[in-house]
Design a protein around this ligand. Structure first.
Ligand SMILES: Nc1ncnc2c1ncn2[C@@H]1O[C@H](COP(=O)(O)OP(=O)(O)OP(=O)(O)O)[C@@H](O)[C@H]1O
Ligand SMILES: [Mg+2]
Length: 227
């Protein structure tokens, strides 16, 4: 099992206010699976993705990623695992505005210590793979939303991660552009990558192999979800 989550809780504490965002989540995802997570706003989807993506740690519970007990790791160890195993795609693209598309894709490789020539070559190949070979020198403001999201996907692939996690990757795109982005995720899945995407959209979720329903910080059945 690539992702194994047991009894996961997340409590956010802000002064006197506590938000119990996850309330005992159990979840297993196999290598190569194509999974979506659906749930209403505030149900804990992003919180769960952040923990799976090693951006945050649970308050309670276990998380094994590729057999590694992530819940026991220190912050630097967590960052190290994240760099090697996770590619993140966000709703708002999160590209650095002042550098080119090519440099954005190179960035994770800079942090991973890949040499200049090699990372330039790979970044260019990745941009070509997402159909943007001719936009390499554009800055994010000089790209359309769909193009920016393609750059973000190329960046997520830079270090050849085990898992691609995407939080509402089509949320800021019109439906035709969103379809093109989903086609790219389909291709990544066909190529053997594990892909997990969060969405509000039934149609988007319907393209994946399995839908996980989240409600009030818990995983529920489809029937419970719809009642
Ligand atoms: N950093 C934080 N600090 C405090 N509370 C937070 C934090 N992040 C999320 N929350 C709270 O945790 C709950 C779950 O939030 P989360 O962002 O996981 O929901 P979501 O399912 O992704 O919602 P949406 O569909 O609107 O993106 C919410 O009540 C939210 O207010
Ligand atoms: Mg969210």
């Amino acid at each position: 099992m690539l992702i194994e989550v047991r009894g996961l809780h997340k409590v956010y504490v802000l002064g006197k206010v506590k938000v119990h965002a996850l309330r005992g989540v159990d979840l297993s995802i196999d290598r190569g699976e194509y999974v979506s997570i659906m749930g209403p706003s505030g149900s804990g989807k992003s919180t769960l993705m952040h923990i799976i993506g090693c951006l945050d740690r649970p308050t309670e519970g276990q998380y094994l990623l590729d057999g590694i007990p992530v819940h026991t790791l220190t912050e630097p160890e967590l960052a190290d695992i994240r760099k090697k195993k996770i590619g993140f795609v966000f709703q708002s693209f999160n590209l650095l505005p002042r550098i080119t598309a090519l440099e954005n894709v190179e960035l994770p490789m800079v942090y991973a210590g890949v040499k200049y020539k090699e990372r330039q070559k790979r970044a260019m190949e990745l941009l070509e793979q997402v159909g943007l070979g001719d936009r390499a020198l554009h800055r994010p403001t000089e790209l359309s939303g769909g193009e920016a999201q393609r750059v973000a996907i190329a960046r997520a692939l830079a270090n050849d991660p085990e898992v691609i996690l995407a939080d509402e990757p089509t949320g800021n795109l019109d439906s035709a552009t969103g379809e093109e982005i989903l086609d790219l995720f389909d291709r990544l899945h066909d190529g053997g990558k594990t892909v997990v995407l969060v969405t509000h959209d039934r149609h988007v979720a319907g393209r994946t192999e399995r839908i996980i329903y989240l409600k009030d910080g818990k995983i529920v059945s489809r029937e419970e979800f719809e009642e």
